[in-house]
Design a protein around this ligand. Structure first.
Ligand code: ADP
Length: 191
């Protein structure tokens, strides 16, 4: 199995690149952001709970997020591998992911970390906000809060994966295809 964590701040291009990677490597793509948005659209209890946090640019609590992720992984017992997009975002989530994969006799192959300067991220998110219909992309204060939450709670996970010798830093500025090429090179070296 190849299990990839696609990592980076909001707006780094995780979703865009995941779509291309899942095709090339036949992986199941799990985006916690997409799962939350589907729940919001479906007006589920989980969606209602998540929305309050997402609209402010805060993280949804770990217990809710981890249970949702676990259920999604278990829905795909025949997967050849997974691409985790937007998860983990905290140390408890990273620990839970390792435990879950160990119970399936597998593990994370690599954490690919997309590096993009803050000002480029803000510009990309504001631009996406014009068409995405996402409340959290429309407001610069919310965007800046998401970046602050990323710096505080999520970026320390780079050390978590570095200690496991799984971190690959990828330059995240350029065309979609250029960045995709860099990601593929990193994956092919690792597997
Ligand atoms: P982006 O990475 O562009 O901010 P996402 O679609 O990945 O967008 O996530 C949108 C929002 O969903 C986050 O700001 C957060 O509120 C919530 N969310 C997504 N994944 C997680 C997670 N793993 N843990 C907690 N909250 C999450």
């Amino acid at each position: 199995m190849i299990n990839i964590v696609i990592f980076g701040p909001p707006g780094a291009g995780k979703g865009t690149q995941s779509e291309k990677l899942l095709e090339k490597y036949s992986l199941v793509h799990i985006s916690t952001g997409d799962l939350f948005r589907a729940n919001i659209k479906g007006e589920t209890k989980l969606g209602l709970r998540a929305k309050a946090f997402m609209d402010k640019g805060e993280l949804v609590p770990d217990s809710v997020t981890i249970d949702m992720l676990r259920a999604k992984v278990e829905e795909n017992p025949n997967a050849q591998g997974f691409i985790f997009d937007g998860f983990p975002r905290t140390t408890p989530q990273a620990d839970a992911l390792d435990t879950l994969l160990a119970s399936l006799s597998t593990s994370i192959s690599a954490c690919l970390s997309l590096q993009v300067p803050d000002e480029e991220l803000v510009a990309r998110l504001l631009n996406r906000g014009k068409t995405s219909g996402r409340a959290d992309d429309a407001d610069e204060t919310v965007i800046r809060n998401r970046l602050a939450v990323y710096m505080r709670e999520t970026s320390p996970l780079k050390d978590f994966y570095k200690q496991q010798a799984k971190l690959k830093e990828i330059h995240g500025v350029g065309t979609v295809d250029e960045i995709f090429g860099r990601l593929c090179t990193a994956i092919d070296k690792h597997s």
